[in-house]
Design a protein around this ligand. Structure first.
Ligand SMILES: CC(=O)SCCNC(=O)CCNC(=O)[C@H](O)C(C)(C)COP(=O)(O)OP(=O)(O)OC[C@H]1O[C@@H](n2cnc3c(N)ncnc32)[C@H](O)[C@@H]1OP(=O)(O)O
Ligand SMILES: O=C([O-])CC(=O)C(=O)O
Length: 375
């Protein structure tokens, strides 16, 4: 049997995430994602994904305190981030920084507790790594806003150097909850595949960040933002899309391996969030552009099973939050780490080395010809 792209192959049983395609619903640990997005926070959702249940208020406070205590990475990581050339891609700096978090730690323990502690350290440090690099490359000093109450507030504050408004923090928190987990996507699979060798959490998350970078996966939220800029106005949507399709190009923020019969369920919340932010800023340009793209691309490509995905509206929301375009991708990672850690921990509980196979289609029986006798 042969499954290109492993399409439809079940690689593990899970209690983390369920995607109900029939009813266009996503559940984290049995909870409707829309309800979580509207009522919960990134930290609460990370706790839910990792420990399998919602925390009590004391548990949540303890969890947040543990994260708070390890937000600032060790000095050697700061130095690595500071030594990155300003032209580096922020996602590459993040990947390198997360990899460097492993240096100097005793990694001999591979039990669930040890991996969860590492997951906490990685999750907590990611916002600082991204923000510090961004500030340094723009000639500003990194900040470590110790007073920030949440992951979302810390991240926005550390990137901008000034305290975000509660509404901005809430908007980012919704985005972080929405992006936190999505079943066996490529980066989660990569994390699990690496962890299946019994490599540690740092190795698994570093590899997952590498996977997320690709434009067919997380990198699409940067390409979608660039598309919005390039298209520029709703009047240009039709001609721009037609031109891309005529050149055989894919439209970023559209298409999905799972969602072939309708849009990504996460869009219901994201469309509303994008509209709210637009209204708050009195600037509807970006949300209207995304809506027009959604309408036109769907009219052209829905018969092929192509609908908008999360990255289209994520690009709009991040723009309204004032994030530079190339931070869209590491911001995704700052959230998705919650899902990666959950999958690594779950898989470790009944670990089996991941080792698929392939079908050989090359020649056999060729004779070695010494180099001086080759034509
Ligand atoms: C958070 C996330 O990771 S969500 C995904 C983010 N990625 C993107 O937005 C990038 C653009 N989208 C894509 O490249 C794809 O839709 C993927 C990779 C996400 C999913 O693709 P698959 O399920 O493997 O679909 P596949 O690649 O087989 O495409 C099927 C057909 O649709 C076309 N197609 C798929 N996506 C698009 C798109 N965005 N624009 C135009 N055509 C598309 C393909 O060219 C192919 O056409 P063909 O049958 O005429 O050759
Ligand atoms: O599930 C996928 O293949 C991609 C995706 O939408 C995600 O990772 O959020």
């Amino acid at each position: 049997m042969y499954f290109p792209g492993l399409e439809g192959v079940v690689i593990k049983e899970t209690k983390i995430c369920h995607i109900d395609l029939e009813n266009s619903k996503i559940y984290y640990r049995g909870y409707d994602l829309e309800e979580l997005a509207l009522n919960s926070s990134f930290e609460e959702v990370a706790y839910l994904l990792w420990f399998g249940r919602l925390p009590s208020s004391r548990e949540l406070e303890e969890f947040k305190n543990r994260l708070r205590s390890v937000r600032k990475p060790p000095r050697h990581v700061e130095e690595i981030v500071a030594s990155a050339p300003p032209s580096a891609e922020p996602i590459d700096v993040l990947r390198t920084g997360v990899s460097a978090l492993a240096l100097g730690e005793d990694l001999s323990a591979r039990d669930i507790e040890a991996e969860l502690r590492r997951g906490e350290r990685i999750t907590a440090a990611m916002p600082y790594i991204v923000a510090a690099f961004h500030r340094l490359r723009t000639g500003q000093r990194p900040v470590d806003p110790a007073e920030a109450a949440s992951h979302a507030e810390y991240y926005l504050w550390a990137v901008r150097g000034e305290r975000p408004t509660p509404r901005e923090v809430r908007a980012l928190d919704v985005m972080l909850v929405i992006y936190a987990e999505h079943s066996m996507n490529n980066s989660a699979f990569t994390a699990v595949s690496v962890a299946s060798t019994l490599a540690d959490m740092y190795a698994a998350v570093t590899a997952a960040i590498a996977s997320l970078k690709g434009p067919l996966h997380g990198g699409a939220n940067v390409d979608a933002a660039k598309m919005l800029e390039e298209v520029g106005s709703v009047q240009r949507v039709q001609s721009w899309v037609d031109e891309q399709l005529a050149k055989g190009r894919r439209i970023p923020g559209f298409g999905h391996r799972l969602y072939k019969k309708g849009p990504d369920p996460r869009l219901r919340v994201l469309r509303l969030l994008a509209r709210d932010l637009a209204a708050e800023r009195g600037d509807f340009r970006w949300v209207e552009l995304a809506e027009k793209l959604e309408e036109y691309v769907t009219s052209k490509l829905s018969q092929k099973g192509i609908y908008p995905n999360t990255d289209l509206y994520a690009a709009v929301i991040f723009r309204y939050l004032g994030l530079p375009v190339d931070l869209n991708l590491p911001t995704f990672a700052v959230s998705r780490v919650a899902g990666w850690v959950a999958h690594v921990v779950e898989y470790r509980q009944s670990n089996r080395l991941i080792r698929p196979t392939e079908r050989y289609t090359g020649p056999l029986g060729l004779r070695y010809v010494p180099i001086d006798q080759r034509g």
